[in-house]
Design a protein around this ligand. Sequence first.
Ligand SMILES: Cc1cc2nc3c(=O)[nH]c(=O)nc-3n(C[C@H](O)[C@H](O)[C@H](O)COP(=O)(O)OP(=O)(O)OC[C@H]3O[C@@H](n4cnc5c(N)ncnc54)[C@H](O)[C@@H]3O)c2cc1C
Length: 472
Amino acid sequence: MTMGISRRTFLVGAGAGAVAVLLASCTGEQPTPPGPTTTAPDPSPSTPPPTASAIVPAAFARSAWAEDPFARGAVSFTPPTASPADREALAQPVDGRLFFAGEATDTEAPGTMRGAYDSGRRVADEVIDVAADGERVAVVGAGIAGAIAARRLVEAGYDVVVIEARDRVGGRVHSSDETWAPEGAEPGEGVVPQLGAWLLTEDDVRSDVGQRLTVLGLRTASLDDELAVSPDGEVEVPSSDAVTVALEQAGTAASDESLADALEAAGADLDDPALASLLADLAATSGADAAELSSWYPPVLPAPALDAVVEDMAPLAEMPLTDLQVMRQTAVVGVVHDDTGVSLRLGTGEALSVDRVVLTVPLGVLKDEGIEFEPPLPFAHRGAIAALGMGDVETVWLRFDDDFWQTDAAVWHVVGGDATIRTWINLRPATGENVLVGRVGGEAARELAALSDDEVVARAVASLSAFAPAAG
Ligand SMILES: Cc1cc2nc3c(=O)[nH]c(=O)nc-3n(C[C@H](O)[C@H](O)[C@H](O)COP(=O)(O)OP(=O)(O)OC[C@H]3O[C@@H](n4cnc5c(N)ncnc54)[C@H](O)[C@@H]3O)c2cc1C
């Protein structure tokens, strides 16, 4: 069944500054992009590979987290130089005045919405333990961690102000302003492109953040059927057995080594196309390639079943922040503290005095010294910030007037060939919409982030060529 839209549109989204612009490709209108990373893509990429000539997207959205000044990457990861102890060190309060939260401080589920949510709850309890009644507390960052911490602190009776650099809340949870739906669709139908987090494992679904999504009534799609295709046709879905064996062996080694080294030591061939495809999938979740990842503290391996949120996720951060004082478009650039309190220097040139501050800014911001601390953070914090890694993940959303593919599998793997995007999610079976989502991580994500919109579309189309009938 075809679910076209009346005129072909391109949605160009970028992580930075929540920018998104609709380009009416049928009229040739090209409104000025509201953000620095948006440009008008060519609706028909000029140099598609021959097998991909049938693949012409009608709408497009992309993330750009690598370029985003208020994220400076996508998710934290653990390299061989680090361990969960670094996350614990980063989470330690400083002099009872500075408190830290955010996904990078969580040891159970770092790099996820779950980790961010749980860290927000933890940090609020830490503040409540030491703060006197009615104290003024600033929460820096209005992502999930900041929103949850702020709500808990307000409910405990504190005078809370939330300071957020962007003009929106949610941070790395960022739904597009647009809904991709057929003409005449009822409210609540269609698919909202997600430029940040949107997938949940079974553990995530059962966790508090999963429960919160259920309470909010956000529609989800189950993704549990996989397909793998090489340039020569369908192949077996890449197995994670080689990685599991390598990790088991590495666990008994004298020192931590990278996952790539652990795989080689276990006799795996890193050039094997199936293993490369699996590692690309792992990078699209962890943000890092096998050469960057710890083998002692590896990320969760690609899950066999995922739930995907397919509508606007903004309420996840907006609801807890209801009726709270949120200063938007206000970056904190300096944090000065002493025994009596904390002074925050703002990008606007102003200063704000509070009793205590909760910092939830991403690890990437701390690594790039986006905030100056006076006195400097303790060695343990600086050591942890230097040791942990900030990985890269980017997503590319494509909508088609007609489906060119012939499978109802929800998760696709590209094995072999030179595709930039090796992991795809097919939302058609679960939603009825002809929407494919490409996910990349690590070096491939950095490469993609540096490309223009036209080039990204061309790479995406080329990566999908194995699924086009002409390739069959
Ligand atoms: C592309 C992508 C895909 C992802 N996919 C998934 C997924 O499918 N499932 C999953 O569970 N997780 C996923 N994640 C990870 C998930 O999005 C994060 O772990 C989580 O949202 C982090 O929340 P947080 O509150 O810790 O940080 P953030 O959401 O980054 O919040 C921090 C806030 O601080 C603000 N800030 C930064 N600097 C300053 C400053 N100087 N002053 C004031 N404010 C500042 C930022 O603007 C931001 O709003 C994905 C992430 C990305 C980027």
